[in-house]
Each structure stands twice: as structure tokens, then as C-alpha cells.
Ligand binder design. Structure first.
Ligand SMILES: [Zn+2]
Length: 118
């Protein structure tokens, strides 16, 4: 299959993930120092903590997403891109358009999610 466009798309995704991660890190996500200032702003405590939680969740999500995109780029390199890593069947093009980093067909993705692996 022609993976030229897909590679560009994945590289763009990687770039966007890195940008978002850098913005969040610059804002202090993953750093709980804000919570030490809570006595000065008691009313803001809940929202500050939940902002920090949200940012950390986004950072974790970004790390997962990045790992999937990097793995997809590796599959392009080794020629296995577009096939399910579990069963080896071709992943439908429509699925790859939506999720170019998809490593599994829908059936195996659902199995992996049910097993808590994805
Ligand atoms: Zn499969």
C-alpha cells in the first residue's frame, strides 16, 4: 500500500502531540507546586486540583498516543503497516483514515480494550 501520505499524517500527529505536551509542561502540569498555594486562594482549591488532574490525564493520554504513532511509523518502515498486529488481517482503509496509528483491526482492538491492554 502507498504509505507516503500516511507517514506525513503520522509525523504531523507526532508534532502536534509534542507541541501539546510542551505547552502543558510549560504551564506546570505534572508539577503539584500550585497546590502549595491553596491557603491563599481557598475557593480555588477544587478547580486547581481538577485542572492539574486534567492536565496530567492529557499528558498521559499524549504519551500513549505518541507511543502508538511511533509504533505505526515503525510498521511503515518494516512494511507491516496496515495489518492487524494480532491477527495479520488488513485493517480496513476507512479505519486507518480515522485512526492512522491503529495497530489492530476493530475486532482485536475491542478484545484488547476488554482485556485492559489498550
Ligand atoms: Zn485483528
Amino acid at each position: 500500500m502507498d504509505t507516503h501520505d500516511t507517514r506525513q499524517q503520522l509525523e504531523q500527529m507526532l508534532h502536534e502531540i509534542d507541541s501539546t505536551t510542551q505547552v502543558l509542561l510549560a504551564e506546570g502540569a505534572g508539577d503539584s507546586s500550585e497546590i502549595s498555594h491553596v491557603d491563599q486562594h481557598p475557593a480555588d482549591t477544587a478547580s486547581e486540583i481538577s485542572d492539574a488532574d486534567n492536565q496530567n490525564a492529557v499528558l498521559e493520554n499524549n504519551a500513549d498516543q505518541k507511543a502508538q504513532v511511533v509504533a505505526a511509523l515503525q510498521r511503515i518502515e518494516d512494511g507491516s503497516y496496515g495489518r492487524c498486529v494480532e491477527c495479520g488481517q488488513a485493517i480496513p482503509a476507512a479505519r486507518l483514515e480515522v485512526r492512522p496509528e491503529a495497530a489492530r483491526c476493530i475486532v482485536d482492538q475491542e478484545k484488547a480494550e476488554a482485556a485492559g491492554q489498550a
